[in-house]
Design a protein around this ligand. Structure first.
Ligand code: EPU
Length: 418
């Protein structure tokens, strides 16, 4: 298996191009199912998760071509198959995003139920509750969810929590429903907004995306589109931390500052200099870093997907930082690995307390999820000696050419194929 080898001690200086957002690309690719013509998507990040979604669309009977610009012919004709199999769903939970579009367009779908994953149990009850409220029959069968409805009808759905993919699934389903759907307590993430923008280009009537109430007036059909995916705020945030902790000076090329308020505020609070420039966001680290407290929250609060990376910064800050994880119940898997490198972190339930100004030492480490793996790469860049990050496939799910991008700004990092 591949590993990433990092030698610590280098300042990062220069600019890093930010890729398209994984969590916008995945629902948008799934939404292509809603029309009958070929759609074109630009700025698609080349990631393992995107490859999995392309594979799923092909299995459903669609055609997917291209790399950063992708053309998707939605499933149709004799090849049409309304099933997302366990083999794919188990490798990527976001496969559930085809459920809403398939039912809306073809009246039926069978999707393997995603199980829990390393970071939490992650149920899909809200997705199913919403579809049932829209008139669908929902049936659980041998690990699969079967959903059927000739034509969904609009409904008012109050989500128990602002679930991102749940909201996206229901928004996509509602575009072809009869009548008006109102999603209350909706997720306000920029990726939900990007999906709504794309759906509206297809001819959908979605209003309010980016707020807690989204209204969708169903239409009879949708057409193909061309759409450019927004920049990945989490990838940008990850490199921002790398710049701050190495006392570097990095321009995150193409980063969209308007999606990064909470991340930028905490970086500034920690003592980094963050400036918004015409080409992106610049992050400079210099003097002593200060401790900051963080509570993860749905957008516009501080994102859970940046929690692990901020924790590495906290190990270097002056004072004691407290991080509270409220979204996923098991998202501190990086803590024991960071402690093996010399960090001092105490976890009590959902709260981690980090004692700062600890010297980290390189070690062989591994993590069980994407963002935790990214945090270990950052830790490796400030540790003495060599750090080997194992299980690179987690990183490949969500970071495009991470070692190449970091090498471009002066990091000593390479992938060793194995
Ligand atoms: N939840 C339920 N029932 C549901 C849906 C969600 O109880 O039906 C709970 C979850 O268990 C969790 C909370 O609600 O405690 C929020 O989960 P959400 O549904 O918002 O997460 P998600 O849609 O499965 C997306 C991202 C994640 C990101 C979270 C939170 C995609 C493809 N994935 O997941 O991204 O952490 O939102 O922002 O958009 C990542 O990129 O590393 C990643 C994990």
């Amino acid at each position: 298996m591949d590993k990433i080898v990092v030698e610590g001690g280098n300042r990062l200086v220069g600019s890093i191009p930010v890729s398209g957002a994984k969590n916008a690309a995945l629902p948008i690719l799934a939404a292509s199912i809603l029309s009958s013509g070929p759609s074109t998507f630009k700025n698609v990040p080349m990631l393992q998760d995107v490859a999995t979604m392309a594979k799923l669309l092909r299995q459903l009977g669609g055609e997917v071509d291209g790399k950063h610009t992708m053309v998707v012919h939605p499933p149709h004709g004799k090849k049409l198959k309304l099933e997302a199999p366990y083999e794919l769903v188990k490798t990527m939970r976001a496969s559930i995003l085809v459920l809403g579009p398939l039912v809306a367009r073809f009246g039926r779908a069978r999707v393997s139920q995603p199980g829990g994953c390393a970071i939490g149990t992650r149920p899909i009850d809200q997705h199913l509750k919403g579809l049932a409220a829209m008139g669908a029959k929902v049936h659980l069968d041998h690990g699969y969810v079967e959903v059927e409805c000739k034509r969904l009808r609009g409904a008012t759905i109050v989500l128990d929590m602002p679930t991102v993919t749940g909201c996206e699934n229901l928004m996509m389903a509602a575009t072809l429903a009869k009548g008006r759907t109102v999603l209350e307590n909706a997720a306000r993430e920029p990726e939900v907004e990007d999906l709504a923008l794309m759906l509206n280009k297809m001819g959908a009537r979605v209003q309010g995306a980016g707020t807690a109430i989204i209204t969708i007036d169903g239409v009879d059909e949708l057409h193909a589109v061309e759409h450019t995916i927004i920049a990945d705020r989490i990838e940008a945030g990850t490199f921002a931390i790398a710049a701050a902790v190495t006392r570097g000076d990095v321009l995150l090329e193409g980063a969209q500052a308007e999606h990064m308020d909470a991340i930028m505020a905490k970086l500034r609070g920690a003592g980094a200099t963050v400036t918004v420039e015409s080409g992106g966001v610049r992050v400079r680290g210099g003097g002593d870093l200060r401790a900051v407290d963080i509570t993860t929250q749905p957008h516009p609060g501080f994102p859970t997907d940046m929690q692990a990376q901020f924790m590495v910064m906290a190990t270097q800050a002056k004072g004691e930082s407290m991080i509270k994880e409220t979204i996923f119940e098991n998202r501190f898997m990086h803590v024991p690995e960071l402690c093996r490198m010399g960090a001092e972190i105490h976890v009590d339930g959902r709260v981690a307390v980090i004692r700062g100004q600890k010297k980290l030492a390189g070690a062989a480490v591994m993590a069980t999820d994407l963002r935790a793996s990214a945090s270990l790469v950052i830790a490796g860049m400030i540790a003495s000696g060599k750090t080997e990050v194992l299980r690179v496939y987690h990183l490949d799910r969500g970071y495009e050419a991470i070692e190449k991008k970091l090498r471009g700004v002066g990091a000593k990092i390479k992938r060793v194929r194995g």
